[in-house]
Write a protein that binds this ligand. Structure first.
Ligand code: PMP
Length: 404
């Protein structure tokens, strides 16, 4: 990691309890580079106005910047069509949009099945459970192996012509496993099932080519890709977005409103009711451009190097259990120490300036699979250093000794 990159993240330059801050909670959210902070500052200090329908200068300028951001994001993702890019508030919002509109559409019946995996975040479980409750459909789950990978042994029994939708993540936030989404997408297609990919943890670490992935819906959150919180993207195939009904009602999503009847706007506006996060969308485009300029391969190579160092360093600790030992992983190291509670470990590490996440990582069913209530999770980003990996290992060792 070159120092120039690190210096672009002012928040990292601070002391915690008299020690340099070591921020290793990147799977929860990443810090923002100056390029993104400056984009947000300039938006509010030079442009801020409400978009669309405005005849005045600033409104036109804001609209142009907002729509230019959509273009940049569509190109970045290699989306087939720009009007398929829907601004959301994040991954959770995008998944709920698809689940709710599917329920409203009447396309899901009590004969249908929805398939998810045991590696999912709650936001890719609960909306489907709610859809099943509303429609009478059945939720099926791809099981997880001891190494934290999908167990596809019985996939042909799980993914059948009754499966209407497969919703899975590309990378697990709790274990870092990179999942073979291409296998499942191919099988889903063969059975005529739709596919939704939760890209919350993949988009920060790898290039996304929607036309190559060939899914039907793809969602991610800006705050994990160096952009602000409160902005995200749902990409969906036009045919499906056209077929599904609108979700939230309000301004922008309409063509004409009378008290008798409302007609709805074209894509993407049909799904963008109300004033959007204008600055967030523009900053998201800036963040993705920043990642692209740096190089997705450079980002992945650096994070993989740190992950390898940390995995080797922590493996030496007595009574440590590493959760998620798949050969293909991205950025996440989840572990536990026998006889030590993850919360106590994380709290002591924080006192040493090392910020990690503890708990179930919004994956309670996955924790149940491993018979635990949670793990301690370190996760890396482009600005982390080898010295910070050393600090992590030292902090785990010291905290473990204190808690024994
Ligand atoms: N899916 C995965 C795999 C995630 O890691 C997260 C965030 N931790 C989410 C979904 C939900 O993202 P958000 O809270 O930004 O909506």
């Amino acid at each position: 990691m070159n120092l120039e990159i690190r210096q672009q993240f002012p928040v990292l330059d601070q002391q915690i309890n008299g020690r340099p801050l070591v921020y290793l909670d990147n799977a929860a959210t990443v810090q923002k580079p100056l390029a993104v902070l400056e984009t947000s500052r300039r938006y509010y200090s030079e442009i801020n106005a409400n978009i669309h329908r405005g005849v005045h200068y600033l409104s036109r300028k804001a609209t142009d910047a907002h729509e230019a951001a959509r273009t940049t994001i569509a190109k970045y993702l290699n989306a087939p069509h720009e009007h398929e890019i829907i601004f959301t508030s994040g991954t959770t919002d995008g998944i709920n949009l698809v689940a709710d509109t599917l329920a409203l559409s009447g396309k899901i019946t009590s004969d249908d099945h929805i398939l998810i995996s045991g590696l999912e975040h709650h936001s890719n479980i609960v909306p489907w459970q709610m859809l099943c409750q509303r429609t009478g459909a059945t939720l099926d789950v791809i099981p997880v192996t001891d190494s934290g990978e999908w167990d596809l042994t019985n996939i042909d029994a799980l993914l059948t012509s009754k499966t209407k939708l497969v919703a899975v993540n590309q990378v697990s936030n709790a274990l870092g496993t990179i999942n073979p989404i291409e296998t499942v997408i191919k099988k889903a297609k063969a059975h005529g099932a739709w596919t939704l990919i939760d890209g919350a943890q993949s988009t920060p670490h790898m290039a996304i080519d929607l036309q190559a992935i060939d899914c039907d819906f793809f969602v991610f959150s800006g705050h994990k890709t160096y952009a602000p919180t409160g902005i995200g993207i749902l990409w969906g195939r036009s045919e499906l977005l056209e077929m599904l009904p609108p979700w939230r009602g309000g301004g922008e999503m309409i063509k004409e409103v009378t008290f008798e009847k409302t007609t709805y706007n074209d894509l993407p506006f049909k799904y963008e009711a109300g004033t959007p996060n204008i600055e967030g969308g523009i900053a998201l485009a800036a963040a993705l451009t920043w990642m692209q300029d740096l190089g997705l391969d450079t980002i992945a190579a650096h994070e993989n190097h740190l992950l390898k160092l940390a995995t080797e360093g922590l493996s030496d600790i007595e009574d440590i259990i590493l959760y998620g030992t798949a050969p293909h992983k991205a950025s996440v190291l989840s572990f536990g120490i026998k006889g030590v509670h993850h919360y106590d470990l994380g709290t002591l590490m924080d006192q040493m300036g090392v910020g990690v996440r503890t708990g179930h990582h919004c994956c309670q069913p996955l924790m149940q699979r491993f018979g635990i209530t949670g793990t301690t999770r370190a996760s890396f980003a482009i600005y982390n250093t080898e010295q910070e990996v050393d600090a992590l290992i030292t902090a785990v060792k010291k905290a473990t000794m204190m808690l024994r």
